[in-house]
Design a protein around this ligand. Structure first.
Ligand code: SAM
Ligand code: SF4
Length: 328
């Protein structure tokens, strides 16, 4: 087994696989209203190619956990089969999704061996949800969440991004809603990964602001356990057992503990969300590279991982690919 190690002592074991860059929402912090120029089909990995690369990651490179994401992974037709074949490799599988269509697929995904699911939900007010995502689909998300729970896909995690002037007044309301239903909520600081380059350091809602907004209505106490490579700072809410997470990706980066590696829908290895270089496994694979050769390329790609994302450096440059094409 070759570990996916870098020069700073980190070893990647958590593989994020983007299954498509397409999406049925248009969250304003992620993509423009008109969408993007989607990857052409011939550049997108086939189901067999995805499974082959995931298998190399697991069998040769020490990957222990595989999370499928996108774009929106539920729009990928082969998702259930890909999950089943990944589960059969004996690793934990999970999904990050906006939950549109989850109502139809939750049981099939559970039966295929999916272990966990994270759902993105930024508001439980219909108008605000519509404004943030540019689609009036809150009811579908809620139905998807309920279907996931009924299928045994718990504990369900919710991810929320707060945007100034849009939903930044709704953090306590979202937390109360999640606690009432037994969902674990985490707030994520908005990062400079939107396709339209609209992020601004001055405008983003910081982890400290999120903490202050929640503290106005709940008593938050540190959850005790050290966070390890998990990005969320966890707090007990009103003495527990409910908790809330705050992910301070920008203001308190956790790059030193990062154990992630990413594979894009077109077969590029990225050693960081913010990497400016990629390693093209698709072209090598289609040119006939063996599993061993692909594994070697992957190891080299990881060895060059930088110590941190550098968002706070004056010289920071946003990656060319937006979040939806990298896989969040
Ligand atoms: N479509 C799926 C979803 O929304 O869950 C999966 C892909 S999405 C890119 C993955 C996660 O990235 C979501 O939780 C979303 O809120 C988050 N995200 C997207 N753009 C972001 C940004 N600029 N800053 C922080 N998080 C972002
Ligand atoms: Fe789609 Fe997820 Fe991006 Fe929203 S955050 S537009 S749901 S990919």
């Amino acid at each position: 087994m070759l570990p996916l190690a870098d020069a700073y002592g980190r070893v990647a074991t958590d593989l994020r696989v983007s299954l498509t860059d397409r999406c049925n929402l248009r969250c304003s912090y992620c993509m423009p209203a008109e969408g993007l120029d989607w990857l052409p089909d011939d550049q997108t990995l086939t189901d067999d190619e995805v499974v082959r690369l995931v298998t190399i990651g697991v069998r040769r490179l020490g990957v222990q956990e595989v999370r499928f994401t996108g774009g929106e992974p539920l729009v990928r037709r082969g998702l259930v089969d890909i999950v089943r074949r990944t589960h059969d490799l004996g690793v934990e599988t999970s999904l990050t999704t906006n939950a549109l269509g989850l109502q139809r697929n939750a049981q099939a995904l559970r039966d295929a061996g999916l272990d966990r699911i994270n759902v993105s939900l930024d508001s439980v007010r219909r108008e605000t949800f519509h404004e943030v995502t540019r689609r009036d689909r809150l009811d579908d998300v809620i139905a998807g969440l309920e279907a996931a729970r009924a299928a045994g896909l718990g504990p369900l995690k919710l991810n929320a991004v707060l945007l100034r002037g849009l939903n930044d007044d709704q953090a306590p309301e979202l937390l109360a809603w999640a606690i009432e239903r037994g969902y674990d909520l985490r707030f994520i600081e908005q990062m400079p990964l939107d396709a339209q380059h609209g992020w601004s350091r001055a405008e983003m809602i910081t982890a400290d602001e999120i903490y202050a907004a929640l503290s106005a209505e709940f008593e938050l106490t540190p959850h005790g356990e050290p966070r390890g490579s998990a990005p969320a700072e966890l707090f007990d809410v009103d003495g527990g057992p409910a908790t809330v997470g705050i992910i301070a990706s920008v203001t308190r980066p956790f790059c030193g503990d990062c154990d992630r590696v990413r594979l894009t829908a077109d077969g590029q290895v990225r050693n960081c969300l913010f990497a400016r270089d990629e390693s093209d496994l698709r072209t090598a694979m289609r040119a006939g590279a063996t599993d061993e050769e692909l594994a070697d390329r992957w190891v080299v790609a990881m060895a060059g991982k930088l110590p941190g994302h550098g968002i706070n450096d004056p010289s920071f440059l946003q990656p060319d690919r937006p979040m939806s094409a990298i896989g969040g």
